[in-house]
Design a protein around this ligand. Structure first.
Ligand code: SME
Length: 152
């Protein structure tokens, strides 16, 4: 499935009535993971700004021990501070990286903004080295824009 078809499906999920926000996000995580072969783990983390921590939300893929990540720690924690997308071609080359699974080779994290505030992020791991490109980044920014309406 291409990005355009996926965006239509995500719009459908977001606008579905009778589904909780968590269930919509879970469906989106599974849709992305099932549709793009190099998306091996897809999940959302949400910011607790008072505690300066990220908390794991819905995800598709193997369970992770990293349910809470302090701001600044790992790729996710860095994005919570920088408010910028982070593409990692080779996780082994990163000093500030939290490994969830030894098979993971590359990662992309894209912040989720609601009314200009970074409330969390989508995090995707790939078992393929240098899997993610600027196209993935743009696609995920668009997905997050669609998802942001769930939080207004
Ligand atoms: N690798 C992330 C931790 C989250 S797991 O990928 C699910 C990081 O370095 O922040």
């Amino acid at each position: 499935m291409d990005y355009t078809a996926l965006k239509i499906k995500v719009t459908d999920i977001v606008s579905q009535s009778g589904l909780l926000c968590e269930d919509k996000l879970l469906k989106i995580c599974h849709l992305l993971r099932d549709s793009i072969d190099y998306y091996d783990w897809v999940g959302y983390y949400f910011a607790n700004h008072e505690r300066r921590e990220l908390v794991l939300g819905p995800y598709a893929g193997e369970a992770t021990d990293h349910v809470v990540i302090p701001f600044g720690k790992g790729i996710c924690g860095q994005v919570a501070v920088s408010n910028q997308p982070f593409l990692v071609e080779d996780v082994a080359a990163q000093d500030n990286y939290i490994s969830c699974n030894i098979q993971v080779k590359s990662e992309i994290v894209v912040p989720l903004f609601v009314a200009g505030k970074n409330i969390g992020q989508i995090d995707i791991d790939s078992n393929v080295k240098a899997a993610f490109t600027a196209d993935d980044q743009q696609f995920l920014e668009e997905i997050n824009q669609m998802v942001s309406v769930l939080f207004v």
